[in-house]
Design a protein around this ligand. Structure first.
Ligand SMILES: [Fe+2]
Length: 465
């Protein structure tokens, strides 16, 4: 990495450093056997700056790069390509970075913002969308990964759009929200199975915050408002757009899917921050939400502590919130002593009672500056209360495990976990396929990739049509 900033910034070192090339490789080396049931493409998004960043660089800032692994008839190919945002094209024209990141902005620079599209990649109604929470989605060509441009649902969507929309497994609807530091702080949207944006609703919020994700049940939407408060004054004072306010609770806003803003009921819970709920469901007058809870989000509050929030000490713990709708209370119960994040389930259970969950796990014994945030894969049986972990070697970071069912009618945990794992010795990454029921056994298949895939954010499996 020839960049000067890389010498002092851990997010530009080791396997956090961007991969400065694009390409495609067919018929990759496979150890084991790729299950013939897996016919489709695994897409994963992540930050990957093309130009040396200006100002203080954070992991959340890099240009989106898509890494796609295509599986068919037991064979695997790999392709990676940048999302060519308008901002990135402007930078290519100038030959240098033009946009500061979230911790590099001054208050009067707020409008100068790049839609990096770096956080997630989802398919809905035949459209493949790269997402980041501050802007419109970016539409991509599923076959070539070429950028087709920002997508606004035929002019109906007032941006931004969260990177974590929810696809209802029964109705086929895509539910999502967008948050803003300026009023209105929150909007909720419903897109029907065919991809038409049918409904947008402004939701009243007690304070502006960073709302990364939300939860749904069959009949409810649950918004999560945490004590991380947006503040223009703080940008000027400390360089972070957010501060952690110890005097505020975490508030869970429950809205009936058939209702609107006037029907939202807010429930106070102990202060915590949640990036990603694992799942939620409603049963017997209660809403159960499993989510990795950070007790405090210091690394967003203080730009000098960017690399905390990882590992055993400061990481999130999988917990269950139980909202008692009649009593108006929230009970919080920790379900795991270890640090995990990037929780996933069998998406066919989304909003319904789930028994199994999967996540990336942090380890306590790696204190190097380029240590991965996560180097294990966790499997939860939430009914039996058992937890299993597959650890990769020291320094070998893993990405979010994505569950793919063996078939449309397979049982909840009958399927595979797909993810990238960095191999520090080879300085390259593997694409792993685990049997979701036996995650500690030898992988079903290990696909050797031609180079490393930098640590990134979210991905999804799209079965071939
Ligand atoms: Fe996320």
């Amino acid at each position: 990495m020839p960049w000067k900033e890389a010498e002092r910034n851990p997010f530009l070192q080791g396997n956090f450093a961007p991969w400065l090339g694009e390409g495609r490789c067919d018929d990759l080396e496979v150890v084991g056997t790729i299950p013939p049931e897996l016919n489709g493409t695994f897409y994963r998004n992540g930050p990957n700056s093309e130009f040396e960043p200006i100002g203080r660089y954070h992991w959340f800032d890099g240009d989106g790069m898509i890494h796609a692994v295509r599986l068919a008839a037991g064979r695997a190919s790999y392709q990676n390509r940048w999302v060519e945002s308008t901002g990135l094209l402007e930078e290519r024209a100038k030959g240098r970075a033009l946009f500061p990141g979230i911790f590099g902005m001054s208050a009067d620079e707020m409008p100068s913002f790049k839609n990096t599209a770096n956080t997630n990649i989802v398919a809905h109604a035949g459209r493949l969308l790269a997402l980041m929470e501050g802007a419109l989605p970016t539409r991509l060509d599923p076959a070539t990964l070429a950028t087709l441009g920002e997508y606004d649902f035929d002019g109906r969507l007032v941006p931004p759009m969260t990177a974590h929309p929810k696809m209802d497994p029964e109705t086929g609807e895509m539910l999502f929200f967008g948050y803003s530091p300026f009023p209105p702080y929150l909007r909720y949207h419903v897109v029907d199975r065919a991809g038409t944006l049918l409904r947008s609703e402004e939701i009243d919020l007690a304070w502006p915050s960073m709302i990364h994700d939300f939860a749904i049940t069959r009949d409810h939407v649950v918004f999560m408002l945490c004590p991380l408060v947006f503040s223009l004054e703080e940008i000027a004072r400390r360089g972070s757009p957010f501060f952690w306010d110890d005097d505020r609770p975490t508030r869970l806003g429950v809205m009936p899917r058939a209702g609107g803003n006037a029907d939202v009921r807010w429930f106070d819970a102990e202060p915590s921050y949640v990036f990603h709920p694992m799942n939620a469901y409603a049963e017997s007058g209660r809403i159960e939400i499993d989510a990795p809870l950070f007790r405090r989000l210091d690394f967003m509050d203080n730009p000098d502590r960017q690399r905390s929030g990882s590992g055993e000490r400061d990481g999130a713990r999988l917990s269950r919130w139980t909202i008692d709708l009649a009593a108006g209370t929230v009970r919080t119960e920790q379900r795991d002593d270890g640090a995990t994040e990037f929780p996933r389930i069998d998406e066919r259970q989304l909003g319904r009672r789930h028994r199994f969950g999967y996540a990336a796990a942090g380890r306590r014994d790696d204190a190097t500056t380029t240590a991965p945030l996560f180097s294990g894969i966790r499997r939860y049986d939430l009914e039996r209360g058992t937890i299993e972990t597959r650890w990769h070697g020291m320094g070998n970071g893993v990405s979010e495990p994505v569950f793919v069912p063996r078939s449309a009618t397979a049982a909840e945990d009958d399927g595979f976990l797909l993810y990238f794992a960095y191999d520090r010795e080879r300085d390259a990454s593997d694409f792993l396929i685990l049997d979701a029921r036996n995650i500690t056994r030898e992988p079903v298949a290990t696909v050797r990739l031609p180079h490393r895939v930098p640590y990134g954010f979210h991905g999804n499996w799209v079965a071939a049509a």
